[in-house]
Design a protein around this ligand. Structure first.
Ligand code: F3S
Length: 430
């Protein structure tokens, strides 16, 4: 089979023609066709040490995925790259009703164990490598600047591109796996210098540090899939330390879910912005000015889709994307302080904090883990979205400070400060 639209190397052409077997040829063909759809000019090698897969859930309805995985395993196409995967969809520590458990275990995620077995055979880094924050030090799937990736988890793609300077398109699920099986990805979009230029200059003119999840939402909804170049945020963030990384993680996930951002540059902070400055801007970029009034406008525009708008929250989810070690310790202190002020010992609303298993392991080594538990908070590795994604959970009044969770589920968004107030003082939703 000859490919006349995309320029392939001899080796790539040979794989396409079956030099590594029929299954590998099909994998290559899928990627070539995928690239052609987006105007790719060729295929480039993946250079990161590990891949990351978005499909981590053994959803009963995903039969074709299990068949595909089985074919890859039997054809000896185990991923040449080991990989991490998105979070698990279930954790028995997370509060759930009898009915929810039946739905999770027997209807939705009944193939979880089987699918995890397939992932292990195909090249999962280790049995607990399930998190969307695979790039954190504790997890160790941290690409270097310039690395070419084949990821598709949107919050991880935008982090890797923006904060780490790696190069990755917003691929679809399964394409991420195919890329890492054959070790090539199509060259287009965010893999190219041109595709990494910013069409928007976003000026931050707020009187205080903007809420990460709110700012990301505002920018995502305005620029959609374009690349923004953000100025004036370095004033609030300082340097790229652990606190800034956590801020950008949450900010980026909101840009990627409330819009479709795959890369942003923050002047004075992110690597390409430091190296190239305003050279990254296209000629005559669009301008978006964000002040406190604009952030309030965005916040007020969120619809509340709870059945009873004034219902008392039944659950609070924090950690979408998964929390960092610093966030877990800082929130422990904030909750203790809030409870002390309220004269209470335990949180007023069932609350779940989520983080990567590797981060939780480190957290357990600190005295903060037992202090957080003593305050009544459940610590979990679950993906809150996978918990919410069914009619039973959707009918529950759930609160969160994750703008991604708000966007994809019925969960109601509050700022971090408002969440703290509600879980420690038991304030009603308003
Ligand atoms: Fe992560 Fe699940 Fe949220 S994958 S970003 S916790 S939706």
């Amino acid at each position: 089979m000859m490919n006349d639209r995309m320029k392939l190397s001899k080796e790539q052409e040979a794989i396409l023609n079956g030099s590594q077997g029929e299954v590998m040829a099909k994998v290559m063909e899928t990627l070539v066709r995928y690239g052609e759809l987006f105007g790719a000019d060729g295929m480039v090698p993946i250079t990161s040490q590990y891949n990351h897969l978005v499909t981590s859930f053994g959803l009963k309805a995903l039969g074709p995925v299990y068949d595909l995985m089985e074919k890859l395993i039997h054809a000896g196409c185990a991923s040449s790259q080991k990989f991490t995967a998105d979070p698990r969809p279930m954790d028995k520590n997370v509060p759930s009703s009898f009915l929810q458990n039946i739905v999770f275990n027997h209807f939705m995620y009944s193939k979880q164990e089987y699918y995890e077995g397939q992932l292990e055979k195909l090249g999962l880094v280790e049995k607990d490598a399930f998190t969307c924050t695979c790039y954190m030090d504790e997890v160790g799937n941290t690409p270097k600047q310039g690395d070419i990736l084949s990821w598709s988890e949107s919050s991880a793609v935008v982090y890797a591109n923006s904060v780490l300077g790696a190069r990755c398109n917003r691929n679809s699920g399964i394409i991420d796996l195919m890329g890492s099986v054959v070790c090539y990805v199509p060259h287009f979009g965010l893999l190219t210098d041109d595709g990494r230029k910013a069409r928007w200059i976003v000026e931050i003119r707020t009187a205080k540090k903007p809420e990460a999840q709110l700012l990301g939402s505002a920018i995502g909804m305005k620029v959609m899939e374009d690349v923004p170049y953000i100025v004036g945020l370095d004033r609030w963030l300082g340097t790229l330390d652990e606190g800034t990384k956590a801020y950008l993680k949450d900010f980026g996930a909101a840009t990627a879910s409330n819009g479709a951002v795959g890369l942003y540059h923050v002047e004075g902070i992110t690597p390409e912005a430091i190296q190239q400055g305003r050279e990254l801007l296209v000629e005559e970029p669009n301008v978006y000015i964000i002040d406190d009034a604009e952030l309030k406008r965005v916040y007020d525009s969120y619809p509340v889709i709870w059945k009873k708008k004034e219902a008392r929250p039944k659950l609070c989810f924090m950690g979408c994307p998964h929390m960092s070690l610093d966030q877990l310790t800082q929130w422990t202190e904030k909750i203790e302080q809030g409870l002390k002020e309220a004269g209470k010992e335990r949180v007023a609303i069932p609350t779940v904090f989520t983080a990567a298993p590797a981060v939780l392991k480190k957290f357990e080594e600190t005295p903060y883990a037992s202090r957080l538990r003593k305050a009544g908070v459940v610590i979990s590795y679950i993906c809150p979205l996978m918990y919410m994604n069914n009619p039973l959970s959707a009918s529950m009044p759930v609160i969160t400070s994750s703008n991604k969770l708000r966007t994809y589920t019925s969960a109601r968004y509050y700022t971090d400060e408002e969440i703290l107030e509600q879980i420690t003082k038991g304030g009603s939703a308003s």
